[in-house]
Structures are given as C-alpha cells and as structure tokens.
Ligand binder design. Structure first.
Ligand code: PLP
Length: 423
C-alpha cells in the first residue's frame, strides 16, 4: 500500500502525462484513424504487440516461472494468437474458454483449468481434451476427480485475505492450512494426486510484500505437509494479481518480481513454478474511444453523455472500482495548454440507468456532441464483462497490425464472434 506523498503525486502526474502521450501517438496512427473512420465510436483499439511486450517483461523478470495467461481477462483471438506465438501457456475458468483455445489449435499441454468449482460435465470434457492440471478447494470438488487418469495433478487452492486488492478473491475460494492438510489426506485415500498448491493474492493488489508473504507461507506449508503426511509436491502456482497503473502508479512487474525472486529461486528445479496473470498482460493493450452524444447543465454542473458506459466497456468502473483516465481527443491534438477553458464535468454512460456514471469531477475542455474521448488501459475485465443492457451492441474491437505506423488494420465488428469471443 502506498501513502499519498509528494513523490507519489509527482509520479501520478508523470503517469497521466505518459498515458496522454501514448494515447496521442496511438490516435495519430493511420491504423487508428482508419479503424475510427470505418467503425465510428464506441471503439476499442487492441494492439497485440503490447500483450507480447508484457509477456516478455514477465519472462525476463521471473525467467523460471511458466506463465499461463488467464483468458478471462480478455478472451480475444488476437490476444490468444499473440501469446501462443510468444510461447505462453493459458489458464481457463470454463469449458467455453477451453473450447476457444482448442478451436485455435492451442496445445492442451499448455492449458491449466483453475476454477475451484466446476460442472462435472466440464471436467469430463477437459479431461478428454487432455487437460491435466485442475484446482480444488473442497471435498465435493475433490470427489469429482475420483478415478481420473493417473497423470492428473490437482492443486489445492489456498486463501489469503487481501483487503487492499480491488477484488479480494479469498472470500469466495480457498482454504486455510488445516483444511488444506485434510484435503491432501483425503486425496491420498481417494488415490488422486495432489501436485501442489495455488492461490490468488487478489486482483489489482498493489502490495508486493503481501504477494511475497503468500508465496513464503505456501512454501512453508508445502514443506510441513510433505514431512508430516509423507507426500511429495511438484507444483507451486502463484496465481495472478500483478497490478496495473490506471489513474495512479502501482508496483511494476519488475518491482513485484524483485520481491518474489529470492523466495522462489531456492525452489527452482524442485518445483514447477507457474503463474496465471490476466490483467497485467492485456490492460495496456486496449484503448477505448468514445464520443459525446449529449450535453446538459444539471444541479451538480455540466454532464457529458458518452456512447459507452458502465454497462458496456466501462464495466470495470463498477465491478472493480477502477478509475480509467479520460482524455478529450482535442486536448491530445492541441495539448492541454492549447485549450483555453477546462471545466469539471460528470461523464454519464448511454443507458437510462442512473448508476451508469463513468466518472465525476473530471477536468475536461469544453466539449460538444461528436467530440471524441479516449481512455487508455482498457484491456482487462472491460469488453468481457460488458452487457447488452438497453439493447446496446457490444463495442467492437479493432485489432491494430504489428507496428502501428503501417496502417494495417484488422477490424473486427461486433457481429463477428471473434470481437467478443466470450462475453
Ligand atoms: C483463478 C484465477 N486465476 C487468475 C486470475 C487472473 O488474475 P489477474 O487478472 O488479477 O492477474 C483470476 C482473476 O480473477 C482468477 O480468478
């Protein structure tokens, strides 16, 4: 957890300026212009090269960890293709995600299934597809694997409370050390192999020390259980949770890795160390462009109504309490100082619901109907959690070609299932 020091405020200003420069560079490419001319707004611009870059950063920071992209963060074909080419593994939560991967020809040996509670039919389908790593955290789930092939290895999901994470997953899944020991004993009696343990420190957790503590505690538990129960584990799954800098800087991949490396390194070789990052792989790869569809003066000041909102791509605002940055396109073109008047405004989404508010007290230049707005870092848990409330179409995703300057655009419309692969 960071406190709001003067250095933090300086870092936040630097982040806002960096994101502004990136958004400005993106919008000035031929590819982005062509996609906007073709589709109008709202439009999500996806750059798979950014996904590859994040995978490379993770690999460089923790070279002994095998990364399995958590498909749930953005189940898009272009993301899967980019990560497949880069050599990444994949983590699925459902049979539908598994199907998406197998349809694309992803080698099942690189797929793990980490939802702690699964339909029996999904387990059967995953087993017959060849998936061999699954997660359990209770007796009923463990019993579903009785009689499974001998090369199946289960991971017991542990719970670590993370009240500072945007999404503390420990309240829904995971067990403590006592229950974990009991499940390992039960699996032994059942003849099912427990390969090791997994946990998720909580999504968007800006606390590398908490992450490191969870790794240490899990390793200590594994050593203790191996000794007491005369078992051998071969896998440690450190989950997801790497944070992303939205409206304020958060710990970088390299900072988190620096805390984890000394704890993990002594176990390399003895254990297969795997991870399931989602958000950090894709958040920065997608940018949302919306336009103003209405302007009103209300009791609390100026309102701009946009053509995407919290029931659409801005679903992360409500579901995750994420605060995406919003820039006016004219400000990106002319620079903030080139615009005479800025004013505080509320940004409303397009539906009739009064909770459909994207941001309050946003400082923006004077805008009119048709003006464009841009939100960076809109790749994770946005398109996949969007709804069709009020009958609105899902926002199309335009895939930008390699090297954005080439102008190559693979535009994917909302009617194309690849645009919204699993939503
Ligand atoms: C089991 C599991 N693995 C991985 C992830 C991805 O986490 P993140 O996006 O925080 O990296 C999640 C997110 O909810 C999850 O539930």
């Amino acid at each position: 957890m960071r406190t709001d020091t003067r250095a933090d405020r300086r870092a936040t200003r630097a982040l806002v300026e960096r994101r502004r420069a990136e958004a400005s560079a993106l919008l000035s490419t031929d590819a982005a212009r062509a996609a906007l001319a073709l589709h109008g707004t709202p439009l999500l611009l996806l750059d798979p090269e950014q996904v590859r870059r994040q995978y490379r950063r993770l690999r460089n920071a923790l070279p002994f960890v095998r990364f399995h992209y958590a498909v749930k963060a953005l189940a898009h074909d272009a993301v899967i293709a980019a990560l497949d080419d880069a050599g990444s593994g994949f983590d699925v939560a459902t049979g539908d995600e598994l199907e998406l991967l197998t349809r694309r020809g992803i080698d099942v040996a690189r797929i793990i299934h980490t939802h702690p509670v699964k339909k029996p039919s999904e387990i059967e389908a995953a087993l017959s597809a060849g998936v061999r790593t699954f997660v359990v955290d209770n007796d009923v789930e463990l019993a579903k694997f009785a009689g499974a092939p001998g090369d199946v290895g289960l991971l017991v999901r542990l719970a670590y409370r993370s009240p500072h994470a945007k999404s503390d997953l420990s309240s829904k899944f995971g067990v403590g050390p006592f229950e974990a020991a009991r499940l390992v004993e039960q699996a032994k009696r059942q003849g099912t192999r427990i390969a090791g343990f997994s946990f998720h420190v909580g999504s968007q957790l800006d606390d590398p020390a908490r992450f490191a503590a969870a790794v240490s505690e899990t390793l200590a538990l594994m050593v203790d259980l191996e000794r007491r129960l005369r078992v051998r584990f071969d896998t440690l799954d450190i989950g997801g949770g790497f944070p992303v800098s939205y409206d304020a800087p958060s710990a970088t991949i390299e900072e988190v890795a620096a805390r984890l490396r000394p704890i993990l390194e002594p176990h390399v070789g003895r254990l297969d160390i795997i991870a399931e990052p989602g958000r950090v792989m894709v958040a920065e790869a997608m940018t949302l462009v919306t336009s103003v569809v209405g302007v009103a003066e209300r009791g609390d000041g100026r309102w701009y109504y946009l053509d995407d909102g919290v029931y659409g791509s801005y679903s992360n605002v409500v579901a995750e309490d994420v605060h995406p940055l919003v820039y006016a396109e004219k400000e990106l073109r002319e620079g903030p100082s080139g615009i005479a008047t800025h004013r505080w405004a509320t940004l409303g989404g397009p539906t009739c619901d009064s909770t459909d508010v994207i941001a309050r007290e946003t400082l923006l230049p004077e805008l009119a109907v048709g003006d464009l707005l841009v939100s960076p870092a809109m790749g994770a848990y946005t398109a996949v959690t969007a709804t069709r409330f009020n009958g609105r179409a899902l926002t199309p995703i335009a895939v930008m070609g390699r090297g954005l300057a080439t102008g190559e655009v693979t535009a994917v419309g909302a009617s194309d299932p690849r645009a919204v692969s699993i939503v």
